[in-house]
Every structure is written in C-alpha cells, then in structure tokens.
Write a protein that binds this ligand. Structure first.
Ligand code: FAD
Length: 401
C-alpha cells in the first residue's frame, strides 16, 4: 500500500498551494464586506476564476473527457485544500456544489443537446445551476415521498410543486435547475421519479425567498431558495434520461457529491485545528498559555487523530470509486458521510472554545465553518438515514447466512 501522492497529484497540489497563498487567502480579507447583498458572489470570485483557468486549476472534480481527468484519489487532496476556504476556493476553481453534481449528471446522463446547451456553459463557469429535490411538505430524506408532479402533455412536461433549501438558486447567475419529481406515482417505489431541466426564466417558476442557515443567508454563494413550480411547461426533450430514472440518477449524483463534501470538510477541520493551535499558543489566561493546559492539548491531539482517521477513510472510499465504481464504494461513501461532518463539527467546536468570544464572531471563519459542518449532517442525507442504510446492509449478510 502506497500512501504517497503520485506525480500528477503532487504537481497539482504544489500549484494549488501556491494559488491558495497568492490569491485565495488574501481574498478572504474583505470578502464579507465586498458582498453586495444581491445573492451573487463578490466580484473577486470572477477574477479568481480567470486566474484559475490560466493556472490550469479548473474543473478538477470531473473525471473523464469533460474535466481535468483526475481520479477521485488524485482529486481528494486538492478538494481538501479548497475546503480550507470553502466560500472562495471551490467556486474559484469551478469545483463548487451543487454545480459539480449537476455537471456530473449532464456529463453522464444528458443528451448531446442538453450537454451542448447546459453542460458547456457550466464547464466554462459562465452560468450556475441548482438541484431541486427537497420539499417543505414531505420528509424528503426519503426521496420516494417527493410530491412534485411532472406530467407529460403532448411534446411538453408540466411541472407543479414546491421546493425549499435549493442551494445556489437565489443567485441570478443560476440559470438552470435540475428538478426531481414524479412522472408516475403508481409505478414501483423507485421508478416513480424523473429529473428534468427547467431554465430559470420559464413562466410559472417563482424563486420565492432565501432560507437561512443558523441565521446566515449564504448570499455570497447563492443562498438556499424556496421555489414554487406552478404549471411550469418545458419541452419533453428536457427530461434527463428516461421517465422513472430519477431515483437511480440521484443515487449516482449523490455518491461523488458526498465524497466531495467530505474531502472539503477535512480541509475545514485542518483550518480549524491550525487556528486552535495558533490561538492557544498566543492566549494566556491564569499565567500560562492555553497551549500548556492539558484540556487544550487533549483537544489538539484528539483533533489530529480524528482528522487522520477520517482522511484515511475518505481516501479508501475514493480509491474504491476509482477501482470498483461508485456502487462498489457505497458502504464507504455512507461511512464517510456519517463520520466526516461530525468529526469536522467536533474539531471546529473545540477551536471555537479555544478562541472564547472571538470564536463565535466575524473575525475568524470558525462560526461559519461550524454552521457549514453542522449543516452537512443534514444535507445530502441526514446521518440517521445513512446509518439506517449501512446497518441494513451489514445485517443483510447475516440474515442471508
Ligand atoms: C444548507 C442546506 C442546503 C441544502 N441544499 C439542498 C439542495 O441544494 N437541494 C435539495 O434538494 N435539498 C437541499 N437541502 C435539503 C436536504 O437535502 C434535506 O434537508 C435532507 O435531505 C433531509 O430532508 P428533510 O429536511 O425533509 O428532513 P426529513 O426527511 O423530514 O427528516 C428529518 C429528520 O428525521 C430523522 N430521520 C429521517 N429518517 C430517519 C430514520 N430512518 N431513522 C431515524 N431518524 C430519521 C433525521 O434526523 C432527519 O434529519 C439542503 C439542506 C440544507 C440544510
């Protein structure tokens, strides 16, 4: 077993480390103040995108002909680095959710026309996209509950329903939605759903309001919208794949999406640990630096051990995705989605504690990092849903026996 990065990864890592130092961390200064309150990213993101393209640090997430051609194992340490500045680095490199998952869907399941119309501008970074599945009226962690209807009428589909917490949808640059709904509520449970492309300017579609996350509106990266689809008509050719394939496509989409979140969470945890160490060396209550208090040393040691454990599991899941495919990596992807957000949340919480009041304020990224990590114990499937599914698969082996 070789734990070293290969030559290609090492080359990308060096260039990305330099990019982070030269452009990303400096852009953090004044980033919040530069946000214009219009739900679109501060202008510096477009500047960094141009620089990232020139530096060859573009679309790193996407394997195959459409992206940089990196394997998941090669991408993992790069995504981790971007997680150190999660509101700037991922969009700067065109590697931010939810666009990444949407590009993967279009690359894998889109028709040539859909790829030409929507994948191309998304890969260029000239438009943004959103993925609309969750609904306020039903327990959406169970996708079979989804109530939005997609009804065929002649050459069109008519979409009616309500969605919320649709990330990125408040951003005016978000021009296209991938919407999950039911084409046949009477079919078998997992073939009732379909996915369809809905351009933002389609009549009947209303982006109603931004939903908050622990009081943050996340406006600088497009917010999380509540949306209403009231008899929205799109051409039948906007359906992705076949009628009834929505559930299967969402499973395929969520695998890479989940591991990418976990890769970035490792970077968030590393950033928090670094801040905790620096602060505890600099702050001296009761006559000695915090760093010399046993309780703080325990937080620091525990954090390092937890990060290393989590990273090994993420890398194993990435390696499995590369070698046996996303399906073969199912258990490990679920395992990391269970453990990595809560690991990052724990470490960020300790870093907040070590900072005192400053930890919950606007002068460090910690409060917002915590909110992001906590949120990821819900988004892309709550912890309990992944645990339920993992336990069932584990039990299944013994039931069979
Ligand atoms: C910041 C943020 C961004 C998001 N972005 C998007 C997006 O872009 N697109 C989108 O479609 N959705 C998005 N979501 C929604 C997210 O995917 C859903 O919130 C999630 O799938 C859970 O669905 P729900 O909120 O309906 O919870 P419910 O399904 O109502 O579940 C509520 C709780 O019940 C518990 N639970 C559920 N099943 C079980 C079980 N079997 N055993 C024990 N307990 C259980 C869990 O603790 C769960 O949190 C986002 C959410 C957040 C917070």
């Amino acid at each position: 077993m070789d734990f070293a990065y290969d030559e290609k990864t090492e080359d990308y890592r060096k260039r990305l480390l330099a990019f982070m130092d030269e452009y990303v961390y400096p852009a953090e200064e004044g980033f919040d103040e530069a946000y214009r309150g219009d739900w679109s990213p501060p202008p510096v993101i477009a500047e960094l995108q141009a620089r990232a393209k020139l530096a060859g640090l573009w679309n790193l997430f996407l394997p195959g002909e459409h992206g940089a051609g990196l394997t998941n194992l090669q991408y993992a340490p790069l995504a981790e680095l971007t997680g150190r500045s999660p509101w700037i680095a991922p969009p700067a490199l065109n590697c931010a959710a939810p666009d990444t998952g949407n590009m993967e869907v279009l690359a894998e399941f889109g028709s040539p026309e859909q790829r030409e119309r929507w994948l191309r501008p998304l890969l260029d970074g000239t438009v943004r996209s959103a993925f609309a599945m969750t609904e306020p009226q039903v327990a959406s962690s169970d996708a079979t509950n989804i109530g939005t209807r997609i009804v065929r009428e002649g050459d069109e589909y008519v979409i009616t329903g309500r969605k919320f917490y649709i990330s990125g949808a408040m951003n005016p640059q978000c021009r296209i939605f991938i919407v999950m709904g039911k084409t046949d509520p009477d079919a078998a449970r997992h073939v009732q759903q379909s996915m369809i492309l809905v351009p933002r300017d389609t009549p009947g579609l209303t982006v109603r309001r931004g939903m908050t996350v622990f009081g943050y509106d996340d406006g600088d990266h497009g917010g999380h919208a509540e949306m209403v689809f009231d008899g929205v008509r799109v051409p039948a050719a906007n359906l992705i794949g076949e009628e009834g394939s929505g559930f299967a496509i969402s499973q395929a989409r969520l695998g890479p999406g989940r591991i990418h979140h976990c890769m970035r969470l490792l970077g968030m945890a590393e950033r928090a640990l670094e801040l905790m160490c620096r602060r505890s060396l600099a702050r001296t209550p009761f006559g000695k630096p915090l760093a010399e208090q046993g309780v703080v040393q325990e937080w620091i040691a525990e954090s390092r051990v937890r990060i290393e454990q989590a990273r090994l599991l993420v890398l194993k899941a990435a390696w499995l995705m590369d070698t046996v495919g996303n399906k073969g990596a199912h258990t490990e992807i679920q395992a990391i989605k269970i453990i990595v957000p809560s690991t990052a949340e724990w470490i960020i919480d300790k870093a907040i504690q070590a900072h005192g009041a400053a930890g919950v304020g606007q002068d460090t990224p910690l409060a917002r990092l915590w909110s992001a990590a906590r949120t990821l114990r819900l988004a892309d499937g709550p912890d309990e849903v992944h645990k339920r599914s993992l336990a069932r698969r584990e039990l299944h082996r013994y039931r069979q026996a």
